[in-house]
Design a protein around this ligand. Structure first.
Ligand code: BMA
Length: 317
């Protein structure tokens, strides 16, 4: 591990900042939240696993984004609607993108259908009422996130289809749409690196792409199958602002991995799994699910992250 890597993101001393005990109803676990800034508050759209084992999405709000979470009494998005059989086994892992020109947030989430997980979209203007756009990409596909603005007139989305052929790693792809409904021009963007690497077996976008002066900043999770199970860690890449199908930089090594007890131990051990971040001034606040059991916070300086990525990257595309 190169010097300085582990100093980029700082875990909050109150971690985990949210556990299932904060919920006003009984559930098994809270994790993998999408994040938005709404009316001066931090809003987390949490994945909540119910006692039956299916997941739904519930909002939690906090003034300082650290404590005093007010959790809604009822889910924001719940499976079980007749009109959406593709959500039969639950809804998971919301990634929220504010799209200013639409004056709304677009949420990309995993709808767990009886044929496997797929990418669904929904929109909201207030996180009180939600409009489902329905499935955007068929199974097996998940880990989708939208860019916050159109590029070349089209909406862009990152996602992670899973090849049906055994032994082929799952990579991040990019697709385009004129209207958020019809998706096409699918292209492989960032491959899992295969044997020998921390992100060998599958990768997926973590938080939605963040616009920076140097390009679109990507945070992605990478999975390596170890003797004792999968280990989920996080890495960084940078895309061209005008042509996000072009990878400018990619770190060779991970920048956050499971280290502390709440990341090492839980329903799924050795998992750090963010679905969102917010930028306040130069501070990135990264919210992540830990061990599929609770929610934690880490922060970083955007400038330091970009400097690090530009100076330490060993891959130039
Ligand atoms: C992924 C998703 C995440 C989960 C992770 C670790 O495939 O299902 O929701 O956090 O596995 O179990």
């Amino acid at each position: 591990m190169m010097a300085g890597t582990m100093d980029l993101f700082h875990r909050h001393p109150d971690n985990p900042i949210l556990t299932v005990r904060a919920l006003p109803y009984a559930a098994g676990a809270v994790f993998n939240p999408g994040v938005a800034e709404v009316d001066g508050e931090t809003l987390l759209l949490m994945r909540v696993e119910d006692l039956g084992g299916r997941s739904h999405l519930t909002c939690a709000r906090s003034r300082d984004g650290i404590g005093n979470w007010q959790v809604d009494a009822a889910p924001a998005l719940s499976p079980g609607l007749k009109a959406h059989p593709e959500e039969a086994w639950g809804v998971e892992d919301a990634r929220i993108t504010r799209i200013e020109e639409r004056a709304e947030w677009v949420i990309a989430y995993t709808a767990y259908s009886e044929c496997g997980p797929l990418v669904s979209l929904a929109t909201t203007r207030d996180f009180r009422s939600f409009q489902r756009l329905g499935p955007a990409l068929p199974p097996e596909n998940k880990n989708a996130a939208l860019f916050p603005r159109r590029i070349g007139g089209r909406y862009c989305m990152l996602h992670r289809p899973v090849p049906a052929m055994p032994g082929i790693p799952a990579h991040i792809w990019i697709s385009y749409s004129p209207d958020l409904r019809a998706w096409g021009e699918h292209r492989l963007l960032l491959p899992a690196r295969g044997p020998g690497f921390w992100d060998a077996d599958k990768i997926g976008i973590a938080a939605p792409p963040l616009a920076s002066p140097e390009g679109w900043l990507l945070l992605y999770h990478g999975v390596r199958r170890m003797g004792a199970g999968d280990v989920y860690r996080l890495g960084l890449a940078l895309l061209d602002l005008d042509d996000p199908s072009r990878v400018i930089r990619r770190l060779d090594h991970w920048i956050i991995g499971p280290q502390l007890p709440y990341e090492r131990t839980g329903d799924t051990p050795n998992v750090v799994f963010p679905c969102g971040w917010i930028l306040e001034g130069d501070e990135i606040r990264l919210y992540y699910g830990a061990a599929d059991t609770c929610i934690a916070l880490a922060s970083a300086s955007l400038k330091k992250v970009l400097d690090y990525l530009l100076n330490e990257s060993s891959m130039e595309a």
